[in-house]
Design a protein around this ligand. Structure first.
Ligand code: SAH
Ligand code: SF4
Ligand code: F3S
Length: 483
């Protein structure tokens, strides 16, 4: 097993290389313009993103590069001259979905041969998947792994100028600073503070497809945070596979001190972070959450299982009791904290008693919400070779039981907000009711309220009048001046 190696600076992509890629962006723009496109008539790009927030953040950088090359976003792949797919490998379902979508692009390429199709992300970082794309998806022009995102301009230029298909894998997983980025909502921002994972949980593909933990330099993060705030970001989420081990590879900074430095920046914004590993959930981080008003009191602290034996075989390196101690400490310091978790059901060898221990832990913690997953064997991970793989019917039954228990708890937990007036960021028109808006406050649950003039991207005060399992319902209160 690999453990954290302290104070070894991560590799950084040379700024000269970033400048080279940017000059290729200019060359691509020239080429597009020579093909009849113009500033007013840009060709379209379409990015299909699978997976977690890290991938969403990476897709924003792909979008930033595409914009820099002279493309503009379009709503469908059929309308695009450049199609990029950012894939995920966390479960089999994610891979199947990506492959089936990529399959549908065959017709687009047949209809217009000059359309460029590229595939990046975690799925293609696995050699067997890159080979599969190479051999069975001849209309894919290039693939690039998670460490080679900054090479996108080179790959596109190469495809445009009739070069051979490229399948790039980076062996260094270097940190690339200074790439442009394009966000859909200016008020909501992902901010990657580190990449990779050293934990090697026995079921998980992430360490194999995202490399070892690399922390960005705090100055670069602060500079980006300042820029985001200046551009109107009001809700910033710090991202990493294991954010609370931030800084261990560079020394002299940790997640708590980084968050305090960001909170000290002037501006009306809230700060979130994800995801945390319980073994690194430090007192300093809990104290920062208790003391800093800008940090949203929400802790996503995945437990995965309530059984010590399963946790041991998962290589999680804590017991259920240790986990419960952290929860107790957290609730003592931040009494109204919202706590959410990830749970895997049907891990190899999970007995009925192990599963019962998970249900017991859920009852003890009383989470606000849980993301639960049926275990999916991942090629090359230790758990995939373990004895006692659980039949699908049993996993599905357990999954359903877990879901109904959690739904009952969520419904009860959400009631605590009823009667309170909360400050929330108005994010979008409700997906299910165009007469309503959806906002987000401190609770992980969306708040729906009748649209009486609150504007998207602004804070508003909402009186919570009711709550169910998945949502809160509010009434707009008089808006604060300047909110
Ligand atoms: N770094 C984060 C999240 C990683 S992936 C963490 O450590 O919590 C998000 C979630 O996917 C995990 O928390 C886990 O619950 C789930 N997951 C990971 N690998 C899985 C697998 N092979 N099968 C099913 N769920 C999985
Ligand atoms: Fe995967 Fe998270 Fe474990 Fe890392 S800490 S191996 S990302 S589940
Ligand atoms: Fe998927 Fe990669 Fe994220 S495997 S969950 S996109 S880190």
């Amino acid at each position: 097993m690999t453990t954290n190696e302290h104070n070894i600076a991560p590799p950084y992509v040379e700024q000269a290389e970033i400048r080279r890629q940017c000059s290729l962006c200019d060359a691509i723009e020239q080429k597009l313009f020579s093909m009849g496109f113009s500033e007013a008539n840009r060709p379209g790009y379409f990015i299909q993103t699978f997976g977690c927030q890290q991938n969403e953040a990476d897709s924003e950088r792909m979008a930033g590069l595409a914009w820099r090359m002279g493309y503009r976003p379009v709503a469908t792949p059929a309308a695009a001259q450049l199609i990029l797919v950012n894939t995920c490998a966390i479960r089999e379902h994610a891979e199947k979905k990506a492959l089936s979508i990529i399959g549908t692009y065959k017709h687009i390429k047949e209809a217009s041969a000059h359309v460029i199709i590229g595939v990046g992300g975690c799925m293609v970082t696995q050699k067997h998947r890159a080979d599969q794309l190479k051999n069975s998806y001849p209309y894919v022009d290039f693939a690039f792994d998670t460490g080679a995102l900054h090479l996108l301009p080179e790959l596109i230029y190469h495809a445009m100028t009739g070069g051979r298909r490229q399948f790039v894998s980076s062996d260094t997983y270097a940190v690339a600073e200074g790439l442009p980025s394009h966000r859909e909502k200016p008020f909501k921002a992902w901010l990657s503070i580190m990449y990779g994972c050293n934990n090697f949980c026995s079921y998980c593909i992430v360490p194999y497809v995202r490399g070892r933990e690399r922390s960005r330099r705090p100055e670069a993060i602060l500079e980006e945070a300042r820029r985001l705030i200046a551009e109107g970001a009001k809700d910033i989420t710090l991202l990493g596979q294991n954010v609370n081990s931030y800084g261990k590879d560079i020394g002299s900074v940790d997640i708590a001190s980084l968050m305090r430095q960001i909170c000290a920046l002037p501006g009306d914004f809230r700060l979130r972070f994800m995801t945390s590993h319980p073994k690194d959930a430090s007192d300093a981080l809990i104290a920062a959450m208790a003391e800093e008003e800008k940090i949203v009191p929400h802790f996503h602290l995945p437990v995965q299982s309530g059984s010590d034996e399963v946790l041991r075989r998962m290589n999680r390196r804590y017991s259920a009791e240790q986990y419960l101690c952290i929860i107790e400490k957290l609730r003592r310091s931040v009494p109204d904290v919202s706590i959410t978790s990830d749970i895997i059901v049907g891990f190899p060898g999970e007995t009925q008693a192990d599963f019962q221990a998970t249900l017991d832990l859920i009852k003890a913690v009383r989470y606000d919400a849980i993301f639960s997953f049926i275990y999916s064997p991942r090629k090359g991970t230790p758990a995939a070779a373990m004895d006692g793989q659980i039949p699908k019917e049993i996993s599905s039954q357990r999954f359903q039981r877990l879901l109904s228990l959690q739904q009952e708890i969520s419904r009860e937990r959400n009631q605590r907000f009823v009667g309170r007036t909360v400050r929330a960021l108005c994010e979008e028109v409700s997906k299910t009711d165009p007469g309503k808006m959806t906002a987000r406050g401190d609770s992980p649950r969306p708040i729906h309220f009748a649209d009486t003039g609150a504007r998207i991207g602004e804070y508003c005060d909402l009186k919570i009048v009711s709550a169910d399992t998945f949502s809160l319902y509010g009434e707009l209160q008089e808006k604060k001046n300047g909110a």
